[in-house]
Design a binder for this molecule. Structure first.
Ligand code: SF4
Length: 448
């Protein structure tokens, strides 16, 4: 478990030099304990203390990085049981299984279809990360050829699944650059698999019959110097898998048991007979506490809800999602285009900008920093009030971009129009609609 601020303080130089960005070593220790500072910020920690502190301040569940490029991701690194206690950090990786005997043309088609499943939401690209390639017939050259194709011709990361060490070696040889997950070390092959993962510097999945078996295997592998491990408790019965996910999460967080302090991999594709049931199981596992979830396929109607659920669960509940304050151009506006203003709560921004875009009326959208609060909340909190909004409009520079002096405010903030006009005597403040869906009609009517 992590050290307290006082325990950390005892290991610091106590010179209060301030080079770490805070005035005292005690303040730095407190920040380090709460995860708000990095140990590297203090240049004067002794090597011995650094080693102890690095170990103690590491997350109880090790973060493991998989893949390279646009679909690279990290799994693990979690510090709490429940999202409301702090936040969950690294979203569950989503993968789909493909059998090694798939015809090359069919694999091309699948990769193309799966690659197209990308969704833009609140400024983010939501997409799955992995293809799990399963050796189904012991044909090592077919397995390696498929691994090579996935690694070289797609953005996806890889899980290489085989019980045959030679097949895995051949596949790793052609795909190690993509940082695949090797699956899996078991009681029978733990040393050989450990050596292969260590030699190639890639993460290794560990599969046992139960949680106790995992503890034994991770003990052996960590003694060999392996750190990037991913756990599979071996069971495929949904209730049991759920229980194991909770046990594996609790052990490092609540009992300080680092032998289970690794992310997990789960296989709804081996727990259900159709993709819909797999999706329900995947949904449970994203919430409770899978590091990776592997489905039998990606279909838009199944994948999209899982991506959204994942986005919601792995968004920090204490920090509203925001967009940057400034002037946003929607549809190449000119000096005669309308000017609208709203707050920087990202959901507000994306709804309003989406409606403006849909109206096909090129417009200027001013986004004011209200610390991520929506219009009504920001108004109630005194952050979206007439004089403040007026001052923001003045300093925003919008007056240099348009020839007119009209600005549209959200309908719910109609009460600020008087104070705004006092702050902006040259401007006419127009009250926009309360419901964003009425923005297109409002903008079209404005232009008549
Ligand atoms: Fe203390 Fe190190 Fe910060 Fe200086 S840089 S105040 S020694 S913690």
């Amino acid at each position: 478990m992590g050290l307290s601020g006082i325990q950390i303080f005892k290991m610091l130089p106590k010179t209060n030099c301030g080079e770490c960005g805070v005035p005292t070593c005690l303040a730095f220790a407190m920040n380090l304990a709460s995860g708000k500072a990095e140990l590297d910020s203090c240049p004067y920690v002794s090597d011995e203390a650094r080693e102890q502190l690095a170990e103690a301040s590491a997350p109880p569940i090790r973060p493991v990085a998989l893949g390279v490029g646009t679909r690279a991701f990290k799994t693990g690194g979690e510090t709490v049981m429940f999202r409301h206690e702090k936040t969950f950090f690294n979203p569950t990786g989503l993968g789909a299984m493909v059998a090694s005997d798939i015809a090359p043309g069919d694999l091309d088609t699948k990769l193309k279809e799966w690659n197209a499943l990308q969704y833009e939401r609140v400024g983010l690209n939501l997409r799955p990360e992995l293809v799990a390639l399963k050796d189904v017939n012991g044909d090592g050259s077919a397995f390696a050829a498929a691994a090579k194709k996935i690694a070289e011709e797609s953005e996806f990361g890889l899980v290489l699944m085989s019980e045959n060490l030679d097949s895995l070696k051949a596949a790793v040889e052609v795909s190690a650059f993509k940082k695949p997950l090797l699956y899996a070390a078991t009681a029978e092959n733990v040393e050989e698999m450990g050596n292969l993962a260590k030699e190639k510097g890639i993460p290794l999945a560990v599969k046992a019959e139960d949680v106790e078996g995992l503890t034994v295997l991770t003990g052996k592998l960590t003694a060999m110097g392996l750190k990037d491990l991913v756990l599979d408790s071996g069971v495929r019965e949904p209730k049991k898998v759920f229980e194991h996910q909770v046990v594996i999460r609790r052990a490092p967080l609540k009992a300080g048991d680092r032998s289970l302090g690794f992310p997990t991999i789960t296989f709804p594709c081996e727990m259900a007979g159709n993709l819909d049931v797999e999706t329900i199981l995947a949904s449970m596992l994203i919430a409770k506490y899978a590091g990776i979830v592997v489905l039998s396929d990606f279909k838009g109607e199944n994948l999209f809800p899982l991506l959204l659920q994942r986005l919601n669960i792995f968004t920090d509940p204490q920090r509203p999602m925001t967009v940057t304050e400034g002037i946003y151009e929607i549809g190449a506006p000119d000096e005669n285009s309308p000017v609208l203003i709203t707050t920087n709560f990202s959901l507000t921004y994306f709804i309003v900008s989406g409606e403006i875009e849909g109206s096909r009326v090129p417009s200027w959208l001013l986004i004011m920093d209200t610390e991520g609060l929506s219009v009504m909340t920001a108004w109630a909190a005194g952050k979206f009030v007439g004089d403040a909004v007026g001052m923001f409009v003045k300093k925003s520079g919008i007056a240099e971009k348009v020839a007119h002096r009209k600005i549209v405010i959200p309908g719910y903030s109609a009460a600020i129009s008087g104070d705004m006009e006092e702050e902006l005597p040259d401007w006419e403040v127009l009250i926009g609609p309360r419901d964003a869906s009425l923005i297109p009609k409002f903008l079209k009517d404005m232009g008549k």
